[in-house]
Design a binder for this molecule. Sequence first.
Ligand code: AMP
Ligand code: MG
Length: 536
Amino acid sequence: MSHSNTLNNLKFNNRYLQALPADPETDNHRRQVLDAGYSFVNPTPVSNPSLVAVSPEVAELIGLDLTECESAEFTQVFAGNKLLEGMQPYALCYGGHQFGNWAGQLGDGRAINLGEVITPQGTQQTLQLKGAGPTPYSRMADGLAVLRSSVREFLCSEAMHHLGVPTTRALSLILTGEEVRRDMFYDGRPAMEPGAIVCRVSPSFTRFGSFEIFASRGDTVNLKKLADHTIQSNFSHLLSSNKTPDKDTYLAWFSEVCDRTAEMIVHWMRVGFVHGVMNTDNMSILGETIDYGPYGWLEDYNPGWTPNTTDKQERRYRYGDQPKIAHWNLFQLANAIYPLIKDEDALHEILDDYGLRYQQRWQTMRAEKLGLNTFEPDTDTALNHDLHTLLQQTETDMTLFYRHLAGIPADDMLDDDALIAPLIPAFYTPDTLPDNHLANLAMWCRQYQQRIQQDGTDDATRRTRMHAVNPKYVLRNYMAQLAIDAADEGDYGVIHELLDVLRHPYDEQSEHAKYAAKRPDWARSRAGCSMLSCSS
Ligand code: AMP
Ligand code: MG
């Protein structure tokens, strides 16, 4: 019989379940779970599931034909109604620092892992349902998710991947056919919303908080088991021939986690992504973007912006502070794994290095965004600083600005008006810009021209290079809302259209130009488009 990529051919190897002890209690009630890495728990069956969308690339990644994804069985499995052979559903135990404070046990309150599938490439990917019912970690909440937040998670995971940003993936988006009560504005006026389930996919859903929970309980035995398992399954290149991690392995691993985290944040800064809830339980040990909640995309360039209404006062997780917060989170991880290493100086050295490594990566990213071969600190520190000052002086769309910057020629024969003409579409109020702002922008462009002349790349090559790092299409907050509004009316066309456009974010795709436009006025103050609550 020839091998086909069907559901029944999926093979599972649930390594995590072997590596850590299970919670001996199997009854599904809320509790503190000690001395265990997870609790077995089944998804809650739903009455009338229907498939809304599938990511073809993720289906292929795990070894499923697209036709198989259209089967009734696929919907049953990824709605949590049916288990495939080899699936052993479980929820992870983890803790975390939320908004700067230790929050104790959190855990998968509405995520249920189905198992680790062996991909056609021989790697392993964990399949996880989000919104499939309560678990022992659900605390006061219901374990469910609504359509609007699930649309946002599904689309953004895939958009980020295609932008080249490390992220968990999303296989499917399914309506449960059931309603969920949510107080979206936290104003005491709850309403019923359609329930939905996203199947997320990643080599590991272990978070910084997974280590913190063991450390906080003085459980060094399980702390070591988790660290060893993580290294053996996701960082095996760090192991010497004897396969047993030692102090040097742990340090090399922590250093790589710092590196990957720095890399992820530099990508966020490049594309204008604001996570919104950078608590340590939302930091992946793999350096992937995880847990898409009240995230947002910068429209006008404003380092102080966060979309999360829960963080409105302090704005702890604002765009411009993400690199600093990542460092704070890495410090918490260092504290948690200290018992395995017992060398404060060595950990401090790696943490101190984060700043330097972040800066180097940031400089490379800045050079790429400006189309330069290298970052020359003597000129480019000021060039970038001046640009960031200018971008904040009047509402300027970050994505459009960089995309159009590629249209500035190296040749300095143009007068001011002609020179800055390509950039005008990036302004939100182009008709009322003060003259001195335009003059300052022209002055900056002349410095930029000098720099690109010195750099020596021809205009066409520079343009191609810039277009490969400055996306034309990102999942602007209002775009996700358009998809949600249509879905609420039973029309999933916009979800499919956006999934398709965002698959090629650097391509011109002129037929989709309407999605490369500034935020429309109606979206300026509408909930979901400018500010989001954590209600999901
Ligand atoms: P988040 O801020 O979404 O990362 O969630 C923080 C914690 O709350 C995690 O432990 C989640 O599993 C849990 N949580 C969030 N929403 C729900 C829900 N509707 N039901 C149960 N647990 C939830
Ligand atoms: Mg979370």
